[in-house]
Write a protein that binds this ligand. Structure first.
Ligand SMILES: [Zn+2]
Length: 249
């Protein structure tokens, strides 16, 4: 293993195709992952844009929807706030706040109502101590450390020719995969809670419910794509370094 190949690996180590020093066939995994992610993100944006133009019969805004759902679940202490940015909506379990982007907060579209209801779905999960949400929250710091350290440790392993470092790097990277996988039930569950509450409370009616479901399904697909891309990267690491032993130098 030469210094240049090691630097080559490191150069495109963060997941995007950089055509470094030579073509590595396993880069196809990274490219496929990037294409899936771009496709999913384009799809959520176009679906959101489409149903942003569909007004709801109830004429409730995202903020009013959130308040109504939270109150219906006895979550009077959870605040609804407006945050800047596009598709930046999230629930913060530390501050017990539903944060809605400006385009969702004040809009009466079916898309905005769907997104607002989804974030309330997370608030309900939090209140009910929904296990996957708790596991996910506990994994955040671990996954962050794993993500930051995995490539530097793999690089050290390559430079020193030490297999245990390569394997440690792969284990650290797999923590990110674990995090992405536990995110999936959390997201799908929040959306299914959202859709049924929107129907039950009469905030959306008839085909509006199906439209909100389409928006939320498109959003959930971005998490599936992210998980798939990370799994592909993990496979690549295993193929490149997983079977390596001391004799390979
Ligand atoms: Zn969510």
């Amino acid at each position: 293993m030469t210094f240049f190949t090691a630097m080559g690996y490191y150069g495109y180590g963060y997941g995007y195709p950089g055509f470094g020093f030579y073509w590595d066939p396993t880069l196809i995994f990274v490219i496929v992952g990037a294409v899936i992610s771009m496709w999913a993100s384009g799809r959520v944006q176009s679906t959101f844009a489409k149903y942003s133009r569909m007004g709801s019969m109830s004429r409730m805004t995202g903020a009013e929807t959130a308040r109504r759902i939270l109150d219906s679940q006895g979550l009077y202490h959870v605040q609804v706030r407006s945050v800047s940015g596009n598709l930046t909506d999230h629930y913060d379990p530390r501050t017990k706040t539903v944060n809605l982007s400006q385009s969702v907060y004040g809009s009466t579209s079916v898309a905005s109502i769907g997104v607002a209801a989804h974030e309330c779905g997370h608030a309900v999960q939090d209140a009910q101590a929904y296990a996957p949400l708790n596991i996910r929250s506990a994994l955040v710091p671990v996954a962050n450390i794993g993500c930051k350290l995995s490539w530097p440790i793999i690089l050290i392993g390559l430079l020193l020719g030490m297999t245990p470092f390569l394997h440690l790097g792969i284990i650290l990277f797999s923590l990110s995969v674990l995090f992405q996988l536990i995110t999936l039930p959390v997201e799908y569950n929040a959306s299914s809670r959202a859709v049924s509450l929107l129907g039950q409370l009469g905030i959306l009616q008839g085909n509006e419910v199906g439209a909100a479901r389409k928006v939320l399904n498109a959003a959930a697909l971005t998490y599936v794509a992210a998980a798939a891309a990370t799994i592909l990267q993990l496979l690549r690491l295993i193929i490149l370094f997983g079977g390596r032993n001391r004799d390979d130098r």
